[in-house]
Write a protein that binds this ligand. Structure first.
Ligand code: GDP
Length: 195
């Protein structure tokens, strides 16, 4: 449960810069502000490993976080900023395709969505993008502390239905405030990386 070592290894803009350790990778995707940085920090018990709420559109890199020399969290730039140009979006797409199409180390996709809301079209596209590349998906529904327990089932169904979540994929509510889901998500991740 305790994480002793977690550090950013590289912010890569091209495949030649990806790490060559051969250790498994978990890619993390979600729209900007969904709580992805908070998720990373909570999972590894760090306050500031991933920067929370940095400038939108600024990070156009894949950030590889080495966790215990056992796996990488690969943080991809958040999507869905209004102010990002078509050229920027195009670059994002190229970078994502390069990574997803060729990366053998990639064992699991984590898609972060906001537990409070219907997934956006971009969330659905991201889910389909994972499925297109045959990557199993773990959906993390963030900010669960903002939803009453009595409404959890309703929101869970809403999100699974909108994404058309397949049976091999998994879903967990998560909160970086209460740490709900942290343990279950670690178990799920380790089931993929330790195989
Ligand atoms: P990112 O842009 O996806 O990296 O999102 P951040 O991690 O920076 O979070 C965006 C905002 O949501 C910040 O104001 C966080 O404090 C807040 N936030 C993130 N996770 C949670 C959570 O689990 N519960 C609550 N209540 N707020 C959260």
């Amino acid at each position: 449960d305790k994480i002793h070592y977690a550090d950013i290894t590289i912010s890569a803009v091209s495949p030649s810069q990806y790490p060559d350790d051969g250790i498994p990778e978990i890619v993390l995707a979600g729209r900007s502000n969904v709580g992805k940085s908070s998720f990373i920090n909570t999972m590894v018990n760090r306050k500031n490993l991933a920067r929370t709420s940095g400038k939108p559109g600024k990070t156009r890199t894949l950030n590889f976080f080495n966790i215990e020399n056992e796996l990488f969290f690969v943080d991809v730039p958040g999507y869905g900023y209004a102010q990002v140009s078509n050229a920027e979006q195009e670059k994002w797409g190229v970078m994502m395709n390069e990574y997803f199409a060729t990366r053998e180390e990639l064992v699991l996709g984590v898609l972060l969505v906001d537990f409070r809301h219907e997934p956006t079209n971009l969330d659905i596209q991201m889910y389909e993008f994972f499925k297109y590349f045959n990557i199993p998906v773990l959906v993390v529904a963030t900010k669960s502390d903002k939803i009453k327990k009595s409404k959890h089932n309703k929101h869970t169904s809403m999100i699974k239905k909108a994404l058309k979540l397949e049976s091999e994929d998994t879903f967990y509510p998560f909160s970086s405030v209460t740490k709900e889901g942290r343990k279950e998500i670690w178990n799920e991740i380790l089931a993929y990386t330790r195989n």
